[in-house]
Write a new protein. Structure first.
Ligand SMILES: NC(=O)c1ccc[n+]([C@@H]2O[C@H](COP(=O)([O-])OP(=O)(O)OC[C@H]3O[C@@H](n4cnc5c(N)ncnc54)[C@H](O)[C@@H]3O)[C@@H](O)[C@H]2O)c1
Length: 246
């Protein structure tokens, strides 16, 4: 059988690129889909790079058609694209709510919807949605925490609906990672101080590395994980167990 095909959205970003590298090393044919920089990052990794806006269904259809044209099939979808525009409940405006919910929640739903015909043709499939430990206890901006909690609900519903097609659907929920997403949150000293408090609050006394999240994704896409569906796997160095970190 030819190598399985995996799509990673947000594939030009910090975590997405690492997931792409790990899946490529695992023998997947990898397509990195991103709003910005996909062809460049994919070129560096020797994989396929395709522009997409996950909030735009026409763009999603065009990107999936490109992957199908290249390899004729899709076996795995990693919904990793995400944004976290900074706000508090006092400062948030409707546009920020809409953008955060669109990219982090409606985007994965649109990707899943449009992958269903491909999974039908492949006789099954795997979906991993990248969540966040903030779905459990907050500790992020409100729209982001709400979107990530919604993603768990979407995952469980999708696991029910797509199970009969042989598709598993799970969440991998990381904690703080040193990626560009956090660089947009404020000045570097603030982010560094947050990272230190975070590591101190971990039962393991450390942060999580992006490659550790990527390997959790790879496990859920592997053959032995085929009976796991509707699950949320926390990759947090235990910080989802710890007291609230802010
Ligand atoms: N960095 C963290 O601390 C952290 C913690 C928990 C969960 N996460 C999650 O991990 C995932 C990856 O985040 P990251 O840390 O690598 O951030 P990142 O900013 O490095 O990457 C996010 C990528 O998503 C892309 N993107 C944004 N909007 C898009 C759209 N409309 N269509 C397509 N692509 C779009 C961006 O261009 C970017 O390349 C996100 O879902 C994020 O919520 C991150």
């Amino acid at each position: 059988m030819s190598a399985r095909v995996a799509i990673v959205t947000g594939g030009a970003g910090g975590l997405g690129r690492t997931i792409g590298e790990v899946l490529h090393a695992d023998g997947f044919r990898v397509a990195l889909l991103d709003l910005k920089g996909a062809p460049e990052v994919a070129g560096e990794l020797g994989v396929l790079g395709v522009p997409v806006d996950v909030t735009d269904e026409e763009s999603v259809r065009t990107a999936l058609a490109r992957v199908e044209q290249e390899w004729g099939r899709v076996d795995a979808l990693v919904n990793n694209a995400g944004v976290e525009p900074p706000h508090t409940l006092e400062t948030v405006d409707p546009a920020t709510w809409a953008q955060t919910l669109d990219v982090n929640l409606a985007g994965p739903a649109l990707m899943i919807k449009n992958c269903i015909p491909l999974f039908r043709r492949a006789g099954g499939g795997r979906i991993v949605n990248i969540g966040s430990r903030t779905w459990l206890g907050g500790g992020a901006s409100a729209a982001y925490a709400a979107a990530k909690a919604g993603l768990v609900g979407l995952t469980r519903q999708a696991a029910r609906e797509l199970g009969p097609l042989g598709v598993t659907v799970n969440v991998v929920a990381p904690s703080f990672l040193r990626t560009p997403l956090n660089a947009t949150k404020g000045d570097p000293e603030f982010v560094e101080a947050f990272a230190e408090r975070f590591a101190a609050a971990s039962p393991l006394g450390r942060l999580v590395e992006p490659r550790e999240v990527a390997h959790a994704v790879a496990f859920l896409l592997s053959e032995p994980a085929g009976a796991i569906t509707g699950e949320t796997l926390h990759v947090t160095a235990g910080t989802h167990l710890a007291p609230y970190i802010h």
